[in-house]
Write a new protein. Structure first.
Length: 504
């Protein structure tokens, strides 16, 4: 039985002895914008699994969330200290906004974060752009986030939880000024092996920033081990691989594997909502009017997700197994992402060309093999699509976890579908019952998709129910994180007593 956000709130209070929680992330949970009609300020909740899952926890706890104020009317909504209480209808916690200029966004976010750290962590050093101005701005913006955190914590009464690769340096900047704070960080993307990470000109600085945390979390044990090896070789930390600790300048960072999940109940409820059946009928009529079987893919348009590789496998599927033409239709939802970066723009065009070619080659006046939807869909629509699909194909070339795999399983309330999952997605380590594929091998992939479509119903149901039973929720993930965190919180205070925190 999974823990609820409310119980999680009480657990947090018990484990962390009344300290305040400060979450720090690049993206904010609420964005203010101008309404078109009357020029009033409106509030939107940017889509995103983590922000929507942390929001109820923050409401239960009432802490502070520090994030980039990215909404066009964000500045209008805050007080003189850049703070606004959220959610607007029933304020439960404080959102502290950090302001980024156009150059900051270009160099820190699109530059260093997404054209250096993202590709290097996804084993694509060939796609990195090394620019001193990107690094310079990344440092500057991390300092700004750290300053905001320091203003929000008083004394050492808070635990600070950094999210992701945009903020690798901020923990050290905070630790240097307030050694007694408990600092934790979760890295949502893979951490690459030593041979790849050492290509980063600033590897040592990045590692020192991350090692200032008391707890550094990754999705998989393999990523944690990669990080520890890099900490030893590139930052000179004393590493204990068995205990998973790295000590640098007297401060010990605990490193752990915490596989993230989704709000399972939210997807299950959306898939079985009263209007779900009618929605499924409408979607069948739109995408597969002749009936047959439906496949689905849901990805950000990102080169790490292997969308061209998936389309190649599908092309081979219809080529080699003509009996599936007209009988198996694929819906690929690909939400545009980071389109200001050339590699993403090129990818999007490549995907367009592939879809066009497949549809030209196999399509008929009655049947279109691939429907490409380049848009964001609300959870309700996604859940219905997942529920009705006979197969969901996740073809990541590298992926920290992949939440789509879990969303599909949670939404498969009739247990009729099969999950075809890349071996190189973190989720593959947990999802026993998925058909594991290698997206670099399109011929075998095509064969495996065909076999998945032909699996007898009882085998499909057994595999799907097995995965559903074993699947934790995002609240379980937070619980395990907090438990590890509280175990190390005491050590941080003891260190502070000794006055041996690392320097900035
Ligand atoms: P992402 O790289 O964004 O996350 P993923 O885990 O697949 O990858 O999550 C994508 C999310 O976006 C899912 O919740 C999905 O439903 C949603 N999404 C995708 N396309 C959509 C669309 N068209 N409309 C609406 N929603 C859409 C990073 C890491 C992952 C890790 C997560 C969480 O790269 O490996 O699993 O963080 O830690």
């Amino acid at each position: 039985m999974s823990i609820s956000p409310e119980d999680l709130g009480s657990l947090f209070r018990t484990l962390l002895g009344g300290r305040r929680l400060v979450v720090v992330s690049n993206r904010e949970p609420y964005e203010h914008s101008w309404s078109d009609e009357v020029g009033e300020v409106e509030v939107e909740r940017p889509a995103g699994g983590l922000t929507s899952a942390l929001d109820p926890l923050m409401q239960a706890l009432g802490g502070t969330w520090v994030a980039w104020g990215s909404g066009e009317a964000d500045a209008e909504a805050v007080d003189a200290d850049h703070r606004v209480r959220v959610p607007p209808e029933d304020p439960g916690y404080t959102l502290r906004r950090v302001w980024l200029t156009h150059h900051d966004v270009h160099r820190y976010y699109l530059g260093f974060s997404n054209q250096f750290l993202w590709p290097i962590c996804h084993l694509r050093p060939d796609l990195t752009r090394v620019r001193s101005r990107y690094w310079e701005r990344y440092r500057r913006v991390n300092r700004r986030f750290a300053e905001a955190v320091l203003q929000e914590v008083s004394g050492s009464d808070a635990v600070v939880w950094f999210q992701d690769y945009h903020l690798a340096l901020a923990p050290l900047l905070v630790r240097a000024r307030r050694p007694g704070l408990t600092l934790a960080h979760f890295w949502h993307i893979p951490f690459p092996p030593y041979d790849v990470f050492r290509l980063a000109p600033q590897a040592g600085f990045l590692l020192r920033g991350m090692l200032a945390n008391d707890l550094m979390g990754f999705h998989l044990a393999g990523f944690a081990d990669n990080f520890l090896r890099c900490a030893a070789e590139l930052a000179g930390a004393a590493v204990d691989m068995e205990a998973r600790t790295a000590t640098l300048e007297g401060h010990t960072c605990h490193v752990g594997a915490f596989p993230i999940s989704i709000d399972v109940e939210q997807f299950r409820a959306a898939a079985t909502a009263p209007d779900a059946e009618a929605a499924m009928e409408r979607l069948w009529a739109r995408y597969a009017p002749g009936g047959g079987m439906l496949g689905v893919g849901v990805d950000r348009m990102d080169y790490s997700k292997g969308i061209p590789e998936k389309l190649k496998a599908l092309e081979l599927l219809w080529d080699r197994y003509p009996e599936l033409r007209g009988r198996f239709t694929f819906v690929q939802v690909a939400v545009p992402s980071r389109s200001d970066i050339a590699a993403y723009d090129e990818l999007s065009q490549k995907v367009d060309r592939q879809v066009w070619r497949i549809n030209e080659r196999f399509g008929t006046s009655e049947w279109r093999p691939v429907h490409l939807l380049k848009q964001s869909l609300p959870t309700e629509r996604l859940a219905v699509l997942y529920r009705m699909a006979n197969v969901c194909v996740v073809s990541s070339l590298q992926d920290g976890m992949n939440l789509v795999a879990k969303e599909f399983v949670a939404s498969q309330t009739d247990a009729r579908g099969v999950l075809v999952l890349s071996r190189f997605a973190g989720a593959a380590e947990e999802m026993e019952g998925a058909v594991l594929v290698n997206p670099f091998d399109p011929e075998t992939c095509a064969l495996q998709i065909r076999d998945a479509l032909l699996l007898p119903p009882d085998e499909r149901e057994r595999a799907m129910r097995g995965m559903q039973t074993g699947m934790a929720s995002i609240y379980d993930w937070m619980e395990s994180y907090f438990a590890a965190w509280s175990a190390h919180a005491g050590e941080a205070s003891a260190e502070e007593g000794k006055g041996d925190a690392p320097g900035a």
